[in-house]
Design a protein around this ligand. Sequence first.
Ligand code: AMP
Length: 279
Amino acid sequence: MIICRSIDAMRSQVRAWRREGLRIGFVPTMGFLHDGHLSLVDAAARRADRVVLSIFVNPTQFGPNEDFEAYPRDAARDEALCRARGVQALFYPERAAMYAADHSTWVVEEALTTGLCGRSRPGHFRGVTTVVTKLFNIVQPDVAVFGRKDAQQALVIERMVRDLDIPVEVVVAPICREADGLALSSRNVYLSPDERRRALCLSQGLRAAEARVAAGERRAAVLCADLAAAIQAAGGRVDYVECVSRRTLATLSTLDEPALLAVAAFFGRTRLIDNAYLG
Ligand code: AMP
């Protein structure tokens, strides 16, 4: 596995592969890797000859009162996991290489980012779309894989790629969960054992909503109210619970089109997100 710490090193590796006619798959991450990230590596490997994984804790997608400084980091462990999973190149840029002190150009998606996490985390998606554009320009992958764990993010990236004619195929991979249902997240490490137990209300609440829909429920307000009540009963603090169109992320009152039940909630100081497809 090659480790590229500079943009130039990454670009020349990609150029060499391209000269050989190889297809390049890309998995952007913020590191502290878990099986969810590694499932994206497998998905990329199925669609490409070489897999590049980037690790960059992107400062511009964190709000001033968020966890940028505290975000978990473990370079040695991440490197070993990538090696073991068959990643061919690890792109590990420095902050100063990615953002000049006078960086002043941004990529902004203006429709899909107005609700859900976009409402709770102003500026977050501007940071995401900008850094993903930069990473796409550096790696120039044929295919890039994102997780449905961040369903809004995946949709925003698909829209951005379409709107800006970025020549990459975007693949969205399923959510990886622990055996008890908790969606894998680098932030799970912040949870105390008690908070982790309480946080199971998210996946359990989503499964309950799926069961209600299978039994015929179509009222979004009922599904959202039940999930919010389950979170409160477990001692979590709801950020949002919303039933939205899977296509436009517009709020739905009735499940008359494919829907996304999306949730964000705090357990202690840790904010977790999860979601389910309904209908
Ligand atoms: P992050 O390092 O949190 O920025 O995530 C990097 C990529 O991994 C994103 O495309 C996420 O959606 C994806 N990801 C994170 N957690 C999971 C999970 N539990 N299952 C599948 N993909 C995930």
